[in-house]
Design a protein around this ligand. Structure first.
Ligand code: NAP
Length: 259
């Protein structure tokens, strides 16, 4: 699996498995299929309430920890110092690991000053509980604030990005500052997959509209974390490596929903 190097020096696989809203037996079944197909990157969050089943599956299947890149996130309402410190320990216990690869602030808080959260994040990072730090749903201004408070590099901003939801200003700023952008809801939660333009481009390549969304994001330099629950979708979403959209196809998808 191709990867992108984070400012921390860690390699982050370019395709990850989105795990919301997978839970229980289904979550374990999807993990079994996904890891069998070659996924090595799992995206989860405390709020998804599936850490326990992920941890159980990884232990039952005896998956070597070093083979995986695990991202988790501290929930928006738990960003006080005490809550963040408690939540990372719960995350590690439930996932049955001694560290995660990437810890994100899930959403910026309206109530807790960012200084307080970074007091906890800096401690978590220096204790080796999270090898890389990042954020999610942050604007450029919020990123600047985070970078000033974090002792470790802010490596990733995970944001909603698909052809009907562009955030070009944040994307460009992140790339100018060597921050990797992870696109969540890369398929628009499957609500844009009957779009005529995506379908037309897909037909030219013998692919699907889902492939066009994912490939477009990859060619814009983003990491993608599609959620899928069937084997066929899991397999299809890995087919983003040995073909390319042309410059004119990229241009047609760029801004296709702008008026
Ligand atoms: P998504 O990945 O854009 O879409 C998931 C939907 O697309 C599911 O209904 C899935 O169906 C379908 N699908 C998957 N592969 C397909 C394919 N090849 N062809 C057709 N349909 C396909 O939406 P998402 O779940 O919102 O986002 C992905 C991940 O991003 C989440 O799981 C989560 O890890 C993360 N996320 C993060 C945040 C944040 O605030 N940081 C917010 C939302 C999501 P099946 O399940 O039936 O296969």
């Amino acid at each position: 699996m191709e990867s992108l190097r984070l400012l921390s020096g860690q390699e982050m696989p370019v395709v990850g498995l989105g795990t919301w809203p997978l839970k229980g037996v289904q979550c374990k079944q999807v993990l079994r299929e996904a890891l069998g197909l070659g996924y090595t990157h799992i995206d989860t969050a405390w709020i998804y309430e599936n850490h326990k089943e992920i941890g159980e599956y990884l232990q039952e299947a005896d998956v070597p920890r070093g083979d995986l890149f695990i991202t988790s996130k501290i929930g928006k309402d738990y960003l006080s110092y005490d809550n963040t410190m408690a939540q990372i320990d719960e995350i590690l216990t439930d996932l049955r690991v001694d560290h995660i690869d990437l810890l994100l602030i899930h959403w910026p808080s309206d109530d807790v000053p960012m200084e307080e959260t970074y007091r906890a994040f800096n401690k978590i990072h220096s204790a080796g509980k999270a090898l890389s730090l990042g954020v999610s749903n942050f604007s450029v201004e919020q990123l600047k604030q985070a970078m000033a408070l974090s002792n470790a590099p802010v490596c990733v901003n995970q944001i909603k990005y698909h052809p009907a939801h562009e955030q070009r200003e944040v994307l460009d700023w992140c790339h100018q500052n060597y921050i990797v952008v992870t696109a969540y809801s890369p398929l628009g939660k499957d609500r844009i997959l009957d779009d005529l333009l995506l379908t037309e481009i897909a037909q030219n390549h013998g692919k699907t509209a889902a492939h066009i969304c994912l490939k477009w994001l990859r060619q814009l330099g983003m990491i993608i974390i599609p959620k899928a629950s069937s084997r066929s979708h899991l397999q299809a979403n890995l087919d983003v490596f040995d073909w390319n959209l042309s410059e004119s196809e990229m241009d047609r998808v760029n801004g296709m929903y702008e008026t």
